[in-house]
Design a binder for this molecule. Structure first.
Ligand code: NAP
Ligand code: F7E
Length: 347
């Protein structure tokens, strides 16, 4: 039985990857941060909480990473831990560099000491490309990072490249474009929209305030991307790969599709300056030709289908919860949403 360690197993990709690896008969371990309120809702939602081994560790603490390697003795390490929200990286640039950038260095250093035969995956990002010429980006496109988050990912990317060349470690950068799902964090724009229109549809909110509606992204469906991640790590020779859909849509288009799916007027969705970033990437579109050719990977879920999956799931959750059904879900612990639920249930 192969052993996999996932840092960031409590996040969107960590949970889907754990589910996939369990199906492939791996022994799956994952790291989580000690928080005052535990954050295992995604593992419960996918019904895999009791099927994985959970180990407390923080990527800012090398000792905890080394101890995790000793405890799990993995064949493969999927390093997904990050402060992954671009918006927050402008408010906390140093913390983001430490977690998202130096975290990669710390993990690779401990792997080098413990067992340099471990196969390593780093979750790099399309944000590294930033705004440049308006053409689809592949593995050879130059980087123009436009946020502290993107800078940290570029640092991690080159760290992987260096450890591969200097120490012969089987290390891979997955350059993933945006990928979304019903278990995406509530702060990311797609989930903010699906959750927002679901509440408007049910009369629980009057409107939704977003920021830059003109930004374009290449949005895919997360469960398909974790399959691509696993395929990268199985290659004989470690290389870097782009995963994307080769299609790009604006935030405005996402709003319109979501409103259509929920039967809500798009006039209720507004843009406010306070939700704009100091600097934003206006256009991102990927080119996954290499992954198609070498990994036999391709995305299946189209943009409008993705929007429907997310909107329908959020409407259904709100309906179930308001009927009194109990299940693990993030909105029940998020400030504004938990207040709506508490108020509705009292009435
Ligand atoms: P996510 O949902 O935000 O999950 C991030 C994970 O990192 C969570 O498990 C989080 O733990 C953990 N983490 C944060 N700070 C940590 C620390 N100091 N020590 C240990 N763990 C820490 O992100 P995601 O969407 O699953 O993305 C996974 C990875 O892919 C990230 O590295 C992200 O930057 C990258 N990526 C994502 C996308 C995308 O579209 N989703 C695209 C390109 C790259 P808590 O649950 O305790 O917060
Ligand atoms: O923003 C605009 C925002 O936060 C997308 C992360 O997974 O993908 C993600 O990063 C766009 C931006 O994702 C709101 O300004 C408008 O142009 O959903 P997002 P992101 O920044 O693209 C990459 C590949 C990663 O690696 C990251 O980890 O939408 N936008 N109005 C808004 N964004 C948010 N969050 N909230 C708004 O109200």
């Amino acid at each position: 039985m192969k052993r996999a360690l996932i840092t960031g197993i409590t996040g969107q990709d960590g949970a889907y990857l754990a589910q996939l690896l369990l199906k492939k008969n791996y022994k799956v371990s994952g790291t989580y941060r000690r928080l005052s309120t535990p954050n295992f809702w995604r593992l419960h939602y996918l019904d895999i909480y009791d099927k994985v081994v959970l180990i407390p560790a923080d990527v800012r603490d090398s000792k905890s990473l080394y101890e995790t390697l000793v405890k799990t003795d993995p064949d493969e390490v999927y390093h997904l831990s990050a402060q992954s929200f671009v918006g927050a990286s402008f408010d906390q640039p140093l913390q983001t560099s430490d977690i998202t950038g130096f975290g990669v260095l710390r993990m690779l250093e401990e792997i080098k000491k413990f067992n340099d035969k471990i196969k390593f995956y780093h979750a790099a990002s399309s944000e590294m490309f930033g705004d440049s010429i308006n053409k689809p980006k592949n593995e050879n496109s130059p980087f123009h990072p436009a946020s502290p988050y993107a800078l940290a990912k570029v640092y991690g990317y080159w760290t992987v490249d260096m450890y591969r060349k200097a120490y012969g470690i089987h290390a891979t950068n997955g350059i993933l474009f945006n990928h979304e799902s019903p278990i995406r964090g509530l702060e990311f724009v797609t989930r903010k929209i699906s959750n927002g229109v679901a509440k408007i549809h049910l009369g629980l909110a009057n409107d939704l305030k977003l920021g830059n509606l003109d930004a374009k992204r290449d949005w895919g469906y997360a469960p398909e991307y974790v399959e691509g991640i696993w395929k990268m790590v199985q290659q004989k020779k470690p290389e870097d790969y782009v995963l994307a859909t080769n299609d790009s849509h604006s935030v405005k288009e996402f709003v319109l599709e979501a409103c259509k799916a929920a039967g809500v007027s798009s006039k209720k969705i507004k843009s406010t300056k306070s939700n704009f970033r100091p600097l934003d990437v206006q256009y991102l579109q990927g080119d996954y030709s290499k992954a198609k050719k070498k990994l036999n990977w391709k995305p299946k879920t189209k943009f409008s289908e993705l929007v429907k999956i997310m909107v329908n799931e959020d409407i259904s959750r709100w309906e179930r919860w308001l009927k009194g059904e109990y299940f693990f879900w993030d909105a029940i612990t998020s400030g504004d949403d938990s207040y709506i639920i508490a108020k509705k249930r009292k009435n």
